[in-house]
Design a protein around this ligand. Structure first.
Ligand SMILES: O=P(O)(O)O[C@H]1O[C@H](CO)[C@@H](O)[C@H]1O
Ligand SMILES: O=c1cc[nH]c(=O)[nH]1
Length: 291
């Protein structure tokens, strides 16, 4: 790209920081932990040996610091893939666009982005307070179809199997699927379940929850739980993973999503202390990341 990106597209504020995250390029580390809840940022950064910067704008809170020699940023995304569109694009811009010239850098860097979130389990044998690494993100939201992206042949086979087994109303969703970073997934094996994570465009009906509004897909949970393709299963659902994996693919970043299970939808149980489960996930994951 040789034409500078316009002020309406790459939006910088008076102190040269990007619009939503309110960060300047030097404020961001190349390894980034994302969390949904802004209050969870300090639950991560309290493990840092040093915090060099704290930033906040709207629901986007960032702390950057280090554990030992490892520089890390932890960023809150809020809920949903519409927020992931903002966070992933702005993280990428901080790393890969020159804010002075407004030109994309000639040699883009690949960030490592690890989500530490919560999720609902779809399998009886994945209990509350356990941890799940998402081997794939399967999106029932509509973010990724707005980008051009490629799928591997393996992803296309898995997606075809999903479309064959899970009968969605075509107007409800156009599922997409992207695999996790193999490099990052290989770091989180002992003590973690692994499986396909379905990313939903809502917490209630899109996750089969019926309070007063009636469900258009009352059989959704049973179908997701029963899905099977070459020994692959759907383990859990939540609201960001497929967007992170999808934009990671589009922008060239290594991404992994790990969830503390707070609900088991088959056993109809909810964690008695979800915060403790999340704290435990943070400690375990930071030990691995910092090493
Ligand atoms: O706990 P976080 O990381 O926000 O993740 C999960 O919890 C939220 C819903 O309660 C959604 O964001 C979902 O993805
Ligand atoms: O059931 C759950 C629990 C956490 N987050 C979700 O999106 N769903």
């Amino acid at each position: 790209m040789t034409t500078p990106i316009a002020e309406s597209e790459l939006i910088l504020n008076a102190r040269g920081a990007i619009y939503h995250l309110d960060l300047r390029p030097e404020d961001l580390a190349p390894t980034i932990i994302t969390v949904g809840d802004p209050d969870r940022v300090k639950a991560v950064s309290k493990h840092f040996d040093e915090i060099e910067g704290r930033f906040q704008h709207r629901e986007f809170v960032t702390h950057t610091g280090r554990i030992g020699q490892k520089r890390l940023s932890v960023v809150s995304t809020g809920i949903g893939t519409d927020n992931i569109d903002i966070v992933l694009n702005e993280l990428d811009a901080l790393a890969n666009i020159d804010f002075e010239t407004r030109l994309a850098k000639e040699e883009p860097v690949s960030l490592r982005i690890i989500r530490l979130g919560t999720a609902g389990s779809l399998q009886e044998n994945i209990p509350v307070d356990s941890f799940v690494v998402s081997s794939h993100g399967l999106g029932l939201d509509n973010l990724l179809p707005f980008y051009t992206y490629h799928n591997t042949p393996e992803e296309l086979l898995l997606l075809e199997a999903f479309r064959g087994q899970i009968r969605m109303q075509p107007s409800a969703a156009r599922p997409y699927l992207i695999e996790a970073s193999a490099e990052l997934a290989g770091m989180f094996t002992d003590g973690f379940h692994t499986g396909i994570t379905v990313t939903c465009p809502g917490f209630y009906a899109p996750q089969g929850r019926h309070l007063r509004g009636h469900l258009s897909h009352p059989e959704l949970i049973d179908q997701l739980t029963g899905f099977s393709y070459e020994n692959r299963h759907i383990t859990n659902f939540e609201m960001e993973t497929a967007g992170i994996y999808g934009l990671g693919r589009v922008l060239g970043h290594e991404c992994l999503s790990i969830s503390a299970i707070v609900a088991n939808r088959i056993r109809k149980e909810f964690s008695k202390d979800g915060n403790a489960a999340v704290e435990s996930l943070i400690s375990k994951a930071l030990g691995i990341i910092a090493a």
